[in-house]
Design a protein around this ligand. Structure first.
Ligand SMILES: Nc1ncnc2c1ncn2[C@@H]1O[C@H](COP(=O)(O)OP(=O)(O)OP(=O)(O)O)[C@@H](O)[C@H]1O
Ligand SMILES: [Mg+2]
Length: 113
């Protein structure tokens, strides 16, 4: 099992979600509004407050846990649909998931995803 964590531009959320929606067997998605910055920081002033630094750094975080065989396609779909070509398009992180527990049934592992 793999976790795909993607940070994308809010303006690309609808396009990315519509594309992910079409992937057969995609088990679920968590969507959060987050703030952050990448390597290319917009400000270099040390005088700025944290609020000012993060004022225009709104991003969307997607978290998706999938069986191994769906991971590469999900990554491809996100990369293709979240891309504008400009700076700040975001990143996709891939990690191994050790276990999943489905709270309602107590199932574990792949069948609980
Ligand atoms: N290494 C990282 N760890 C955690 N979050 C990151 C990392 N890199 C980027 N992010 C998140 O992704 C968002 C978008 O990053 P961004 O696309 O600006 O990266 P970048 O390396 O600056 O690339 P670019 O040069 O295209 O702007 C950031 O605002 C931050 O929330
Ligand atoms: Mg950047």
């Amino acid at each position: 099992m793999k976790e795909i964590k993607a940070i994308i531009k809010p303006a690309m959320l609808e396009t990315v979600l519509m594309a992910l929606w079409r992937i057969e067997g995609l088990p679920g998605i968590t969507i959060s509004e987050v703030k952050g910055f990448g390597k290319t920081k917009k400000t270099t002033s040390k005088e700025k407050s944290l609020d000012e630094i993060l004022a225009h750094e709104n991003k969307i975080k997607l978290e998706i846990v999938v069986p191994d065989e769906l991971a590469e396609n999900a990554i491809k779909v996100i990369q293709e649909n979240a891309r504008t070509g400009g700076k700040g398009d975001g990143k996709i992180f891939l990690s191994e998931v050790l276990d999943v527990v489905k709270i309602r049934t107590g199932e574990r592992g792949r069948s609980a995803i």
